[in-house]
Structures are given as structure tokens and as C-alpha cells.
Design a protein around this ligand. Structure first.
Ligand code: PLP
Length: 382
């Protein structure tokens, strides 16, 4: 594959017509856990499924190509991918993380910090003074998540990566919300890109998976070593399904983000919503940065209902097109209540600091018609 190939071509063609055994056009699914040796001490390319698997490798190649990295490791979940990056750190290493990062990431960082395996400091990374104060403590790793979950705050990846490099820190970016089609963190200075492939990359809400892409080959080798050592690698069938979903990522995202922009504009004009957080809106605080560093604004938004917390269940009960469920990035539209769902593992104080109110709802826009989604959200306010 040449550098010049576009994402759409990578998606459509990776792994196609590579099967020399039977000439299968699409990469076959290899479920076998073991691979025979050709003879005594004569290993073939594969030996044991935890270490490497041909189906998983096609997916890893696709993700590395899309993120413009040296290689990737496909993991059993997004959280396994987050933990795999932590495996590369020395004991007690300091991480600078966003104060509004994904609740599961926050829980993992906190749990590892309680065991003194790492140290974490949370900052609002859009606040240069707070970020610089944290960087002055010489962290080993700066964790970036943009746009943030669930408030859709956007941070300048290039500026943070530059500041992190200046103090010798490595940079990892969780690119789950945008996917490599809309944001290329490695091109902006990140060393690692983390994904919950459960979301847009698979896109059909039928697999839990993850991946870490590294910019440098030496890091890829380290990640592979630890993934094998700890048994974090993803299952072949999950990889096969994810690869199948990945093929249509560009068409899904294009349509989903177009609909998200229409939904955001419609809700902004409705006084039943106190706030609409969507980086595509000119009024959004991160609009200018998002426009500069992203190829599109994505299909996630959050809305704050005007009124008391008790109207939340009433609103949710009336919704018919949005399913009340965790997760995001699938063909079906979902609504979630961060305070009691995705971010329930954060303390109320940590949620308040991050600006996550009890009336905040997060929407993942699917492939339904925009008119149906807007009508559904509007009728639920009456
Ligand atoms: N990162 C982000 C931004 C997420 O939203 C999630 C899950 O919602 C994860 C990581 C964890 O991924 P998984 O649920 O696949 O373990």
C-alpha cells in the first residue's frame, strides 16, 4: 500500500484478493487457535492465536493504514486498548488526562493509581495555564480525547502534542468519537491512537473490540509483546465482523454527520433545550479548532434539557426513534444519560467539575432519516 492511497480506497481494498490458497476475494476467517509447524523447529508465520491471527492481522493493517501509523494491535475491547498503552509505562509514571475523559478510562486510571501503578492528574486541556502547570510535573504520557465524552469539548491536538513533546512526554489520543476518517492524531503529533472499535469502526453494534495504533515500529513491537503477554488480543470472529463493518465507514459517517448537523441546528432553535453541544455549530466553543484539525464534525452531540432532573425520565420515555442504551457509532440512533450510565463510575464531584449535569443527554446519530429523528426529539419535549 502506498502513502498516497486515500482512506476510501484503503477501506474498500485492504486484504482483498490476498488469499493464495483458494483465491477467496474477501479475507477468510481463521478461527484456529493453533498452527502446525512445517517440521522440527520450522515455524510458519503463525503459531498460536493469542500471539497472532491472520484475520486479526488484516484488521490491524487496515487500522494502521487509516491512522498512518507503523502498525496496530487489535484488542478485545476499547478498555483493553487503553490498558495496553499503560503497559508501556514504568511504575509510578505520571499521566496527564482530560478532566472529562470517558468514564471507563477515568475508572481504570483511578484504579491503577490507587495501586500506585501510575499517577494521574486531570486537567481541562483547553485551559493552557492548567495544562502547562500539569506538564511542568514532567508526565510520561499525555492522554487526549477529542471531542470529549459527553460534552463534545474540542482540544487542539497539535498544540498539546507539541507542549507534551517539549517536556519529553509521549502522547496517546483516543480517536473513538471521530475515527481516522475525520481526525488523524498521528499526523498532529500523537505517538499512539486508541480506539474502541465497538463504535464507528465496526458500526453495527454487534462487536466489542479495540485497537492501539502506534506511530513508530518499535512501539508496535512493544504493544504486540504486552498484548500477547497479558492476553489482550481480540477474537478472530470479532475482527472479521469489524473488518466487514469497517468497509462502509466512509459512507456511514458521511451520512451520519450530515444528519447530526441538521439535528443540532433544529434543537438549537428549540427552547426546551438549555444547550446543544455539537462542534459543527458555529456557537460551539471548539468550532474553530474542530474546523481546522478535523475533516468533519462527527455524528455525536449532547443536549441539556431545560428544567429539573425529574423531566429526564419523562423525555426519555416519550422517545421512539432513539434507543436508551450505552455505546455509540452504530447504524441505529441511541440516547444515553451520562450521569447514570456512561459516567456513573465518576463521583458526583468529579462529574460536576467536568460539567456533566443531571439533565445532560448524549445522542449518537444513526442512519435513520433526519426528519424522523428531529420530529421524535421535538415531540418528546411536549
Ligand atoms: N473510549 C471511549 C471514548 C469510549 O466511548 C469507550 C466506550 O464507550 C471506550 C474507550 C471503551 O471502549 P469499550 O467499551 O470497547 O471497552
Amino acid at each position: 500500500m502506498t502513502e498516497l492511497e486515500s482512506d476510501e480506497t484503503i477501506l474498500a481494498s485492504i486484504g482483498v484478493d490476498e488469499d493464495r490458497g483458494e483465491g477467496a476475494v474477501m479475507p477468510p476467517l481463521y478461527l484456529s487457535s493453533s498452527y502446525s509447524l512445517e517440521g522440527f523447529q520450522k515455524k510458519r508465520g503463525y503459531d498460536y492465536g493469542r500471539t497472532a491471527n491472520p484475520t486479526r492481522d488484516v484488521l490491524a493493517r487496515a487500522l494502521a493504514a487509516l491512522e498512518r501509523g507503523a502498525g496496530a494491535v487489535v484488542t478485545s475491547s476499547g478498555m483493553a486498548a487503553v490498558d495496553l498503552v499503560l503497559c508501556l509505562l514504568d511504575a509510578g509514571a505520571l499521566i496527564v488526562a482530560p478532566h472529562d475523559c470517558y468514564g471507563g478510562t477515568w475508572r481504570l486510571f483511578e484504579a491503577r493509581a490507587r495501586k500506585k501503578q501510575i499517577e494521574v492528574v486531570y486537567v481541562d486541556q483547553s485551559d493552557a495555564e492548567a495544562l502547562n502547570a500539569a506538564l511542568a510535573r514532567k508526565p510520561a504520557l499525555v492522554w487526549i480525547e477529542t471531542p470529549s465524552n459527553p460534552l463534545m469539548r474540542v482540544v487542539d491536538v497539535e498544540a498539546i502534542a507539541r507542549a507534551a513533546k517539549a517536556v519529553g512526554a509521549r502522547v496517546a489520543a483516543d480517536n473513538t468519537f471521530l475515527s481516522p476518517l475525520l481526525l488523524k492524531p498521528i499526523a498532529l503529533g500523537a505517538d499512539f491512537v486508541v480506539h474502541s472499535t465497538t463504535k464507528y469502526l465496526n458500526g453495527h453494534s454487534d462487536v466489542v473490540g479495540g485497537a492501539v495504533v502506534a506511530k513508530d515500529a518499535a512501539d508496535v513491537e512493544q504493544l504486540k509483546w504486552w498484548a500477547n503477554c497479558c492476553g489482550l488480543t481480540g477474537a478472530p470472529f470479532d475482527s472479521w465482523l469489524t473488518l466487514r463493518g469497517l468497509r462502509t465507514l466512509s459512507v456511514r459517517l458521511e451520512r451520519q454527520q450530515k444528519t447530526a448537523a441538521k439535528v443540532a441546528a433544529a434543537l438549537l432553535a428549540n427552547s426546551a433545550f438549555r444547550a446543544v453541544h455539537y462542534p459543527g455549530l458555529e456557537s460551539h466553543s471548539g468550532h474553530a479548532i474542530a474546523k481546522r484539525q478535523q475533516k468533519g464534525f462527527g455524528a455525536m452531540l449532547s443536549i441539556d434539557l431545560a428544567g429539573e432532573a425529574r423531566i429526564v425520565p419523562v423525555f426519555l420515555d416519550k422517545l421512539q426513534r432513539f434507543t436508551l442504551a450505552q455505546s455509540l457509532g452504530g447504524v441505529e440512533s441511541l440516547v444515553s444519560h451520562p450521569a447514570t450510565m456512561t459516567h456513573a463510575s465518576m463521583t458526583p464531584e468529579a462529574r460536576a467539575r467536568a460539567g456533566i449535569t443531571d439533565t445532560l443527554l448524549r445522542l449518537s446519530i444513526g442512519l435513520e432519516h433526519e426528519d424522523d429523528l428531529i420530529a421524535d426529539l421535538e415531540q418528546a419535549t411536549r
